[in-house]
Write a protein that binds this ligand. Sequence first.
Ligand SMILES: [Zn+2]
Length: 487
Amino acid sequence: MMTGYLKKIRIMIPLILLIFILSGCDYQGLGGEYPESFTIGGDVETPLTINTMMGYPIKRVTKDEKNYTTIALEKVIASAQPRSTSYDLLLIGADGLSSKINGNDLSDCHLSYSNRYDWELINTLHPISSQIKNLSTIVVISTDLDEDKKAIGIDDKKGYRSTTAGNLYLNGFTEKRIFEGQSEINEKTVAVYTTHKQVLPKDLLDFQAEIAVFGRDGSIKFDKVSDKSFFEISETGINYTASDLTTITDVAGVLGDPPRFSIIDVAPDAIHQLEKGSDVMVIELDGLGWTMLKMAGEQGKAPYLSSLSAQPALSVYPPISPAGLAAMITGTLPNSNGINNREVMDFKGTDIFDKARALNKTAAYIEGDIKMLNTSIEPVLSVNEGDQDRNVYENTQKAINAKNQLIFTHFHSIDDDATTYGPYSRESMEQIYEVDKMVQELTHDFRGTIIITADHGLHPSGSGGTHGRICYEDMLVPYMIIKNGQV
Ligand SMILES: [Zn+2]
C-alpha cells in the first residue's frame, strides 16, 4: 500500500524536473532556492544567508552581450540593515579572492546566479576586479564609526581610535578551528569543529601589560594580556576571551594600563568609614575628568583640589551621569545595578543611604534641579536659576549644620560648561575654579571623611564637549579621600 507521503513524492519528482527544465538549468529548487548561498555579515543588524532571489525585484541586465537575471546588490545589503549609513563592502569569493567597493555607490551592481559561477556580481560600471564569482561572503564595513552603535573604543599608549567587527575583518584575523566534540553513529566517528575569527591583543593594541575590557552591558574584565587571550569577531559584534578563559560578550571598548581605583569604590569606602564611626561627605563633581583637573591645576584654576593627593579612578561604561551616580551609590557595576542608559531610574540593589540607615546614621542627598535616580531617600533639589551650584553649595551647608552623618552632594556646573564650551575651554577652567572654592569651604566646615570624585570626564567634540565612549578622557576621573578633624 502506498502511503500519502510516497504519493506526494511521486507527483513532486516530475514537477521538480519540469521547473528545472523551464528555469534554464539554474538548479533553482522549489521555493526559488539555489543550492549555493552567500552570507552578509560585519557591521549589520541582521546577518543574512542568501540562497534565493525571492523577495527582491528581478531585473534583466546585459553585460558584454550576455543577458543575466539579477537582483540589485543595494536592495540585498539594505535587507541586512547596515549599522551606519556610510560603509564599504568587502566581497569575498569561495577561492578567497576579494575586492572592496564603496557601499554608497551600488547603482550598477547586480547579483546573478548560474550553475557555473554560483552567485556572481555583475557590475556594469565598476572595474572588472569587483566581479567576484562564486561569491561566499559580503562583509559590511562601517566607515562612519561615530554612527555605528557597535563601534568599540580603544585607548592606550597609541592614543584613542575606534573600530568595528567589519573593520577587523579587513585588517586581518586568524581563523582558528576549535574542537567542539564528537558524535558516533554506526561505529563511525565524526569530530565537530567550529571556526572562530580571532584577533590577538597584539594586533589590536600597543603592547600593554594590563588592560580593562568593558562589555556593552557595563561589565569589566581586568586582564593581563597573554597568549591565551584574544578578541573574536562574532555575528553581533566583538567578544573577548581573557587569560583565565572568562568571556566578555559584546565588547564596548578597551583601556590600556587602567587604574585599579574605580568610582564603584565610593559606596564601600563610605560605609566602611561610617562603620568606623566617622561621618562621611561624598562630593560628586559632575564631568570633572582626570585630564581636565590636571590642566586646571597647571593653570592655577584648582588651587584646593590640586593640593589634595588625587588618584585616577575608572568610571563605568557607559560613562554617562546616571550610570556613574548609580555605580557610586550602590557600589556595583551597571550590568548588576541595571543603570546603563538614561531611561531607567530604578536600580537593583541597595544604595548607601539604605546602608547608612541600617547603621542608624542620618543621611542627606543634595541634587541639582532634577532627580536622576529613585534613591532610597528623596534628594534635596537645588533650583536656583542661573547659579544652580551655588544653591547646591547652600543646601550642602544646611546638611552639614544639621549634623547629618552621611552627606552625598552633586555639583553640575563643570559638566554643563564642558559640554557647551569644551572640557579644556577657558569657561570650563573658570568654572572649575568656582567649584574648587565651594568644595574647599565645605570640606573646611565638615568634620569627618570626605570623598571627592566625578561620574565621568568629557572629550572635545565640535566647539563643545561630549562623553559616553571608552577613552581615557571620558573614563578616568580623580578620586580623593581626606580626613578632616574627626577620627
Ligand atoms: Zn555627568
